[in-house]
Design a protein around this ligand. Structure first.
Ligand SMILES: Cc1cc2nc3c(=O)[nH]c(=O)nc-3n(C[C@H](O)[C@H](O)[C@H](O)COP(=O)(O)OP(=O)(O)OC[C@H]3O[C@@H](n4cnc5c(N)ncnc54)[C@H](O)[C@@H]3O)c2cc1C
Length: 458
């Protein structure tokens, strides 16, 4: 095994067997680990039984941005081979499947039968297990809460060989610890989730331009009855264009239309771009073009669900656009009390830094409580920003933004994180010690080692 340090200071460990390392979406940090594919239910629990000293971690599609799905010198249990549908009841919408199935595979099965995911993130290439372990949220958080709000039961396999059926009433502590538990409480073998009925693939869409956080908040207030809302915000502009954006809202169309399966995406991002390709100029130009793409203040359309929910999935492996040093995402949730001032201050800091991001997503979280003990969302504003990793500068900015988030009483999302300090983690998630009581002693992750750092034992 060779250890090198890249231009960004990232420790890169290459596997001399030549197998490609398991990467997170941000491709940072880059760690070696032994990958053990789980294919059959009989593979449990023996693979986690004799876990070597480095610990183990179940992983899905690696669509987390940072190290919550990585483990240096440990064993990654790759679950994507465990992707079978086990049961579906069209009368109730209850779907049971192995945890390695992707949301894309669930949609292929369910949409032609008139059902859709109750909550979906901005990519459908995540597994059911990953959706539960990070308790993901979507554009309908203000109506539907998190993914965990729609999970009725799952089976959790522990490294001592025990299997627990977890529901809100049976093993409720393990149910709560595992939803948003970052894979640390055990391996989810299968789960049941309640799907929602639809009659069309289409979304009644409306896009509305806004200028500034006050206008964003007014649109949020006016759209309370609309199921899906999300905004793109220009985080490069200052002055009169500061915090301009497009507020996007939609509901599933109620007019019946053919419920066909989605075609496979054909485009794959062809190569890694050089580090200088994404700079203040190119990103600023993109932001201006994106804002003016919608000529009118308001635009409506009957839009297919694919571009509405998954615009980025049209090009596979688009993370290569950020070059070999990868990208970091910064996502906070700041409670209503400080949401407006916190968001303005952070957007100002980003614009001033010149380290622009063109994927800046702004949304108001609702107040549906999550069943997960460690879930990220809380009522207030969430902002997600992508940045290419540029030596020194990006980390400096991240550290500043994380500090500001802490001062505004907010928290960061572990699924997107690669920089949170132990002190910040304890402030963001003060319930972590109670959560740690449910952690499986054999399981750990790069994230957990970084923020708690006591080895697989705690
Ligand atoms: C383009 C893009 C858009 C996104 N949009 C959103 C969004 O809108 N909202 C949002 O919340 N997130 C979003 N995400 C993040 C993504 O939804 C989460 O990181 C998700 O958890 C990834 O699932 P995965 O299958 O890739 O799991 P991985 O990233 O491989 O793993 C994630 C976690 O799940 C655990 N895990 C996986 N399988 C199991 C199992 N069987 N048992 C126990 N633990 C398991 C892992 O240990 C790890 O802690 C986005 C990511 C991308 C790339």
């Amino acid at each position: 095994m060779d250890t090198q340090t890249s231009a960004t200071g990232a420790e890169t460990v290459s596997d001399t067997t030549g197998a490609p390392p398991f990467e997170s979406w941000g491709r940072y940090p880059s760690y070696d680990a032994t990958i053990v594919p789980l294919s059959w239910q009989g593979d449990f629990p023996k693979v986690i039984d004799g876990v070597p000293a480095g610990g183990a971690l179940a992983v899905g599609m690696g669509r987390s941005y940072g190290d919550v799905c990585l483990l240096k010198d440990g064993t990654l249990l790759q679950t994507t081979g465990m992707n079978r549908l086990l049961a579906f009841d069209a009368a109730t919408g209850l779907l049971t499947a192995e945890a390695g199935i992707t949301l894309a595979q669930i949609l292929d099965f369910c949409v032609p039968r008139g059902f859709f995911l109750p909550v979906t993130p901005g990519t459908k290439y995540v597994t059911l297990g990953g959706a539960i372990a990070n308790d993901i949220h979507g554009k309908n958080h203000h109506h539907a809460g998190t993914f965990g709000n729609h999970v009725t039961q799952f089976e959790l396999v522990r490294s001592d060989g025990s299997r627990r059926l977890c529901t809100p009433t049976e093993n409720p502590d393990f149910f709560a610890a595992t939803i948003g538990g970052m894979g640390l409480t055990g391996v989810i073998r299968w789960a049941q989730v309640r799907m929602k009925p639809i009659v069309s693939r289409k979304i009644d869409y409306e896009g509305i331009q806004f200028h500034g956080i006050d206008e964003f908040l007014a649109l949020t207030e006016a759209s309370k009855d609309i199921e899906y809302t999300v905004s793109w915000v220009d985080c490069t502009s200052t002055g009169k264009n500061f915090a301009r954006g497009i507020f996007m809202q939609g509901d599933h169309s109620r007019i019946p239309a053919p419920l066909t399966k989605s075609p496979e995406p054909k485009l794959v991002f062809p190569m890694e771009l050089p580090g200088f390709a994404l700079n203040g100029f190119t990103v600023g130009t993109f932001n201006t073009l994106f804002f003016h793409k919608q000529i009118k203040k308001r635009a409506t359309a009957l839009q297919d669900y694919e571009p509405f929910f998954y615009p980025l999935d049209a090009v596979l492996k688009w993370n290569k656009m950020y070059g070999k040093d990868g990208l970091l995402q910064f996502q906070y949730a700041i409670p209503w009390e400080h949401a407006r001032e916190g968001t303005e201050a952070i957007l100002q800091a980003v614009a001033k830094s010149g380290l622009a991001s063109f994927l800046a997503v702004l949304k108001a979280f609702g107040d549906v409580p999550s069943p997960g003990a460690m879930s990220f969302p809380k009522p207030g504003i969430t902002l997600a920003l992508d940045f290419p990793i540029k030596e020194g500068k990006t980390f400096e900015l991240f550290d500043r933004l994380a500090q500001m988030t802490m001062e505004f009483g907010g928290r960061l999302y572990p699924a997107k994180d690669a920089r949170m300090t132990p002190e910040q983690f304890r402030a963001f998630y003060p319930q972590w010690e109670r959560f740690a009581r449910f952690k499986d002693p054999a399981l750990t992750s790069g994230f957990w080692e970084r923020v708690v750092g006591t080895g697989a034992g705690l």
